[in-house]
Design a binder for this molecule. Structure first.
Ligand code: PAF
Length: 273
């Protein structure tokens, strides 16, 4: 596995790859969810590039930028074992100028749900993802469906800016008890982890209601909120694949989303119906 910290050196490496390149951007603290993305990339491409960069511009004032889990030694081993060809580990200075160009997420869809509760978060995500895609120029880039709105923002950026890359959405990976994998799960105490199960339980219950033909968003949201009552809910929302709010679930075109605090840890989860 080759390692690069210089963006231009990675670009030279990329030029030397004649065939398809898959790219998995991450912020490190890799878990089974990331490994699934990497494995899919390894399967579908001749070469796989993974980046590990805790991007400061997507964290808001007071968020966990300093505390974000960093496990570089373990991450290196995981990448090696998973068959990664090149690992990109840039410094902040290598990625950003002092007087930096900014990108603003679309004014409506970029500022609802996650974008409402974390204003300017998507500006930072799009800024770094655009840089990473420009450095790596991959054939395909892999993103998890757990960050559903991030995935939607990136798909839109690729479309609007005519970027030459295929965005591949990957399924959410869960613990056996339903908890969606997240690098932030390490913040949870055993008691909080118990409470955190209410996210996947609420989504499971929503699915059950839909199967029983109760597709009204208001009914589903109110049942979900009662399952989530021991957490501090930021939002429970039902949207179509374009992130328009739905009054009623449309089978094949719906995402049910939840964002909530369990203690001081902010967790998100969703299900695609
Ligand atoms: O999903 C993440 O881990 C990050 O938002 C990403 C896409 C690597 C950009 O920093």
């Amino acid at each position: 596995m080759r390692k690069f910290s210089d963006p231009l050196a990675l670009r030279e490496y990329r030029k030397s790859c004649q065939e398809s390149v898959g790219f998995v951007p991450t912020m490190g603290a890799l878990h089974e969810g990331h490994i699934t993305l990497i494995k899919q990339s390894v399967k579908e491409n001749s070469k796989t590039v993974v980046s590990i960069f805790v991007n400061p511009t997507q964290f808001l004032e007071g968020e966990d930028l300093e505390d974000y889990p960093r496990k570089i030694e373990a991450d290196l081993k995981i990448c090696e074992l998973a068959g990664v060809d090149a690992l990109f580990l840039p410094t902040i200075d290598a990625m950003y100028e002092k007087d930096e160009l900014s990108i603003i997420a679309p004014k409506t869809k970029g500022f609802v749900l996650e974008g409402f509760h974390r204003p300017s978060h998507f500006d930072g995500v799009l800024q770094v993802v655009l840089k990473l895609l420009n450095i790596t120029t991959p054939t395909r880039a892999y993103f998890g469906k757990k960050d559903a709105q991030q995935l939607f923002m990136i798909q839109n950026m690729v479309k609007h800016l005519f970027l030459n890359v295929e965005i591949v959405p990957c399924e959410i990976v869960r613990e056996t008890d339903g908890l969606a994998l997240s690098s932030r799960n390490v913040y949870l105490t055993p008691k909080e982890r118990e409470k955190a199960l209410s996210l996947s339980k609420s989504l499971k219950y929503a699915t059950k209601m839909i199967m029983n033909n109760n597709k009204k968003s208001e009914d589903i949201k109110s049942e979900m909120l009662s399952i989530l009552k021991e957490t501090q809910v930021e939002y429970v929302e039902i949207v179509d694949h374009q992130f328009n709010r739905l009054k009623e679930v449309e089978i094949g075109n719906t995402i049910i989303l939840v964002a909530t605090f369990v203690g001081t840890t902010r967790l998100i989860d969703n299900i695609w119906i």
